[in-house]
Ligand binder design. Structure first.
Ligand SMILES: Nc1nc2c(c(=O)[nH]1)N[C@H]1C(S)=C(S)[C@@H](COP(=O)(O)O)O[C@H]1N2
Ligand SMILES: [Mo]
Length: 387
């Protein structure tokens, strides 16, 4: 049932949203809507939202985003092999392979390098509507990856920098009808030029506090502007090699299959999950005094946002306002649009963003040429009832 709820009811309803309190999410996690603001419920959400929450997986409820920086205990989180047990005192980051000086760095060594702050919001490449809850934004602190790689001295033939987590599991490798069961670590790689660029960070803190197990204690890689998968948590080894790295989570699990017209012919192309594809989503609609307010979020690869627009039903696209305070390149971005004269009844509200390269967030129809569900950045029409 769609209905308007008061702030009090939202707070009460919070407990029903999959029993958040049971998962250690405190009541105050729900933000203050202004006293005169009432949440309008979406009808495209399942009546009882089950926010998947297990000890090592958490999805945010985007209707309750209440500030640019997601608190660490609310950050969305997921991983494939659970949380490895790491003794931070004896922890060493090993750098090996085609380097002049193999390294074994303690957390203290890493903290003694000049540090850098990075505001970076990312989403899991599997994040999609209507919930879009696998997205968050944080202020990270760490050491530029380049500092460590230059300390080790990359040899001339080195082409591929491989990042391995301390988390591991048995995986099946299928080869010509035969299956091999092998032990693997979570691993991802970056090409040499990207690894040596100014931006990737080896982060040991989120929002000023040491990383918790959820965020990859004690150290994780962050590749600004990219999806979640390359941001290797529990980072324990960096191996430098010449050959491409073809581990499961690099070469198989995170793939997009889509049709692309090349030389006038539709070709089926498989690509790796790298930069985030521009997406906007409407996170909540509220009634404020005599009108309604649409609030939304943009996830992007750092390319400046040219515009974001909202439309009601099949009406004209109207310019929404980007939050002018969110100037950090890799932050997620907020927008609002004031909706005057909403008529009672069921409506659809949709947003779309355009970036400075002229890339426009696609419609669901335009994205149909994509077969696999990752990188689902289409415009998502939300439905609601105005009373
Ligand atoms: N070591 C390790 N790192 C990992 C993963 C993992 O399974 N193991 N999962 C990746 C994926 S798919 C995502 S979306 C992000 C999630 O990061 P978060 O839990 O901090 O939100 O971590 C990435 N880094
Ligand atoms: Mo992910």
């Amino acid at each position: 049932m769609a209905k308007q709820t008061t702030r009090r009811e939202v707070l009460k309803g919070g407990a029903a949203l999959g029993g958040l309190a049971a998962f250690g999410v405190p009541e105050w996690a729900f933000p203050a809507l202004a006293q005169d603001e009432e949440l309008v419920e979406f009808t495209d959400l399942p009546e009882e939202i089950v926010l998947e929450r297990t000890p090592d997986r958490r999805i945010i409820d985007v209707r309750h985003i209440d500030g640019p920086i997601t608190p660490a205990d609310q950050w969305f989180t997921t991983q494939h092999y659970g949380h490895p047990d790491i003794d931070v005192g004896t922890y060493r980051l090993r750098v090996s392979g085609m380097v002049d000086r193999p390294l074994a760095l303690s957390l203290t060594d890493l903290r003694n390098f000049p540090s850098r702050e990075l505001v970076f919001g990312f989403e899991c490449s599997g994040n999609r509507g209507p919930l879009n809850g696998l997205s968050s934004n944080g202020r990270w602190t760490g050491v530029p990856l380049r500092t460590v790689l230059q300390g080790a001295g990359l040899q001339d033939r080195a082409r591929e920098i491989v990042f391995l987590g301390a988390d591991r599991g048995e995986e099946e490798v299928v080869f010509r009808g035969r299956t091999y069961n092998v032990d693997q670590q979570y691993g991802r790689s970056l090409p040499r030029d990207i690894a040596l660029s100014d931006e990737p960070l080896l982060a040991y803190a989120l929002n000023g506090e040491p990383l918790t197990a959820h965020q990859g204690r004690p150290l994780r890689l962050l590749v600004p502007g990219w999806y979640g998968a390359p941001n290797v948590k529990f980072l324990s080894e960096i191996n430098v090699q010449e050959d491409p790295y073809l581990g499961k989570y690099q070469a198989r699990w995170y793939r997009t299959l889509k049709g692309e017209v090349i030389n006038g012919e539709l070709k089926w192309v498989e690509t790796a999950i790298t930069k985030m594809r521009l997406k906007s989503y409407i996170a909540r609609v509220t009634k404020v005094g005599d009108h309604h307010r649409v609030f939304g979020v943009i996830m992007h690869d750092g390319t400046p946002i040219e515009s974001v627009e909202v439309r009601v039903d099949d009406g004209p696209w109207e310019a929404a306002t980007l939050d002018p305070t969110m100037t950090e390149k890799y932050s997620w971005k907020f927008f609002t649009w004031d909706w005057h004269g909403a008529t009672p009844g069921e409506h659809t509200v949709t947003s779309r963003a355009v970036d400075a390269n002229g890339y426009r967030q696609p419609t669901a129809e335009e994205l149909e040429v994509k077969q696999t569900f990752l990188e689902q950045n289409n415009q998502h029409p939300r439905t609601l009832i105005i009373t």
